[in-house]
Ligand binder design. Structure first.
Ligand SMILES: *[C@@H]1O[C@H](CO)[C@@H](O)[C@H](O)[C@H]1NC(C)=O
Ligand SMILES: *[C@@H]1O[C@H](CO)[C@@H](O)[C@H](O)[C@H]1NC(C)=O
Ligand SMILES: *[C@@H]1O[C@H](CO)[C@@H](O)[C@H](O)[C@H]1NC(C)=O
Ligand SMILES: *[C@@H]1O[C@H](CO)[C@@H](O)[C@H](O)[C@H]1NC(C)=O
Ligand SMILES: *[C@@H]1O[C@H](CO)[C@@H](O)[C@H](O)[C@H]1NC(C)=O
Length: 408
């Protein structure tokens, strides 16, 4: 099995067109999809709602994926600075046998060219050739103003795992000056892991390449018929689901998805766990001689407009403390010089502390926010690439570096 794959890789990488940008391709066959993230650098000042419109994404989803506080007034009209790096959530589908995000449409404006749309507006996430092919454009110079273009965007699923742990994949456009060790440190992963995931023979990247970066995440196990089946939330971030009724978060203390009522939506179905007086996210504990008797009311998915809840009891060695939420930051107003040059996975807080994500947690003592900034500080990941891991990547999704033009 491994031999033909290796031969194929060698053949492709020995072709002379490596001067073009490379991106990681994940073949797929079934028509499933997964949550993925697009690493997007703003080409100009844009409102939150304008960024969302570029990707036909929910503004709230973009904010929560970046741990930006959504409960400040008029947050969708906040202006974000040019050069800001954001993680934009997208649905990663399977189309033409490879993973890509195909839900984005762009309406052309005066003076747009395919190259300016690809390189500037979408910050290198798509190439002019890919846009041309996706829209069967014969003559790129005859672009009409107001024409709607499909913008195919790169994404990967890899079973939403990395080293057998839940992960969500970020499509990262390499900036000039980036090195694999620096990118690995920025995202608390290892050079080996990035090389394995992207099937790289050597840790060499250049500006414009697109890397798949695994981010540790909290997985859900909602039933397949739930509309939010497969929900995966990156460590340190939030996600709104169930028509904005439910807010889920991941980390920082552990990678168990934690969901509670949000106060964004006005009409929501019941969030009380049947047979108890506990609401979604409530945890009660009682110390007993055998250990701590923990009862929790957790979220089980959104089905037919109904919020599924699950009451679970467990005996744990110690009673859990108050739930810790990921730190929230206000909408960034500037981009620091460092983060403009290098990858910046999360916006830099422009004022200390975070605000409180739910009305429930505003009760003093029911939640703790880490006081320090979550930014930077590589956690010194111990993730090691085993031959088995490498093999699993090769087998379950044959990856290769290739100019995107030929496959996307
Ligand atoms: C996919 O992930 C699930 C858990 O999310 C795991 O049980 C399964 O073994 C994985 N499949 C492969 C092929 O890695
Ligand atoms: C999750 O993020 C927190 C801080 O944001 C970090 O301390 C922790 O190590 C991360 N967990 C994993 C598994 O990466
Ligand atoms: C644990 O708590 C639940 C609910 O409070 C109760 O029904 C159950 O009997 C308790 N179990 C033990 C072992 O104390
Ligand atoms: C959702 O509702 C439809 C029609 O009301 C019903 O046929 C279907 O079985 C429901 N699905 C689930 C998972 O309950
Ligand atoms: C249960 O959750 C509700 C809503 O999130 C919150 O208002 C309430 O304070 C919580 N109760 C307990 C005992 O934690």
């Amino acid at each position: 099995m491994a031999l033909p794959v290796a031969t194929f890789l060698f053949y492709l990488t020995s072709l002379p067109f490596l001067v073009f940008s490379k991106s990681t391709i994940e073949p797929c066959s079934v028509s499933d999809s997964c949550n993925a993230l697009l690493g997007y650098t703003l080409y100009t000042e844009l409102k939150v709602s304008e960024v969302a419109a570029l990707f036909q994404a929910d503004p709230i989803a973009i904010l929560t994926a970046n741990a930006i506080d959504i409960y400040i007034p008029d947050v969708e009209n906040r202006i974000l600075p040019a050069g800001l790096f954001l993680k934009v959530p997208t649905l990663c589908s399977c189309a033409d046998g490879i993973r890509k995000s195909i839900s984005t449409r762009y309406k052309t404006r005066p003076s747009d060219t395919l190259a300016s749309i690809a390189d500037s507006v979408y910050a290198g996430l798509a190439s002019a050739d890919q846009i041309r092919e996706a829209n069967s454009i014969d003559d790129p110079s005859a672009l009409e103003v107001g024409q709607t273009l499909v913008i195919p965007l790169p994404c990967t699923c890899f079973n939403s795992t990395d080293n057998f742990l839940p992960a969500i994949y970020l499509s990262y456009v390499v900036q000039s000056g980036d090195t694999v060790p620096a990118v690995a440190a920025q995202y608390s992963t290892t050079v080996t892991d990035i090389m394995n995931v992207n099937a790289m023979g050597s840790p060499v990247i250049k500006a414009g390449d697109i890397l798949a970066i695994p981010l540790p995440a909290c997985a859900s196990n909602f039933p397949r018929y739930a509309t939010d089946f497969g929900l995966t939330v990156a460590n340190g971030t939030y996600s709104m689901t169930a028509s904005h009724c439910v807010q889920c978060s991941c980390g920082p203390g552990n990678l168990n998805l934690y969901c509670t009522a949000s106060s964004l939506a006005v009409s929501c179905s019941s969030m009380q766990c049947r047979g108890s007086n506990l609401m979604l996210g409530n945890v009660t504990s009682q110390a007993t001689s055998a250990g701590c008797n923990v009862t929790s009311c957790s979220y089980g998915g959104f089905v037919n407009g109904t919020i599924l809840t699950e009451l679970s009891m467990s005996l744990q060695p110690q009673c859990p403390g108050p739930h810790q939420f990921p730190l929230l930051v206000p909408p960034p107003t500037f981009v620091s010089h460092e983060s403009a040059l290098g990858p910046s996975p999360s916006p830099v807080p422009s004022q200390p502390g975070g605000t409180i994500p739910t009305p429930g947690s505003s009760i003093p003592g029911t939640s703790i926010f880490p006081g320090s900034s979550p930014a930077n500080g590589p956690a010194g990941s111990t993730s090691q690439a085993s031959p088995l891991h490498l093999l699993s990547h090769l087998i379950h999704a044959i990856l290769f570096w290739l100019i995107s033009k030929f496959l996307l």
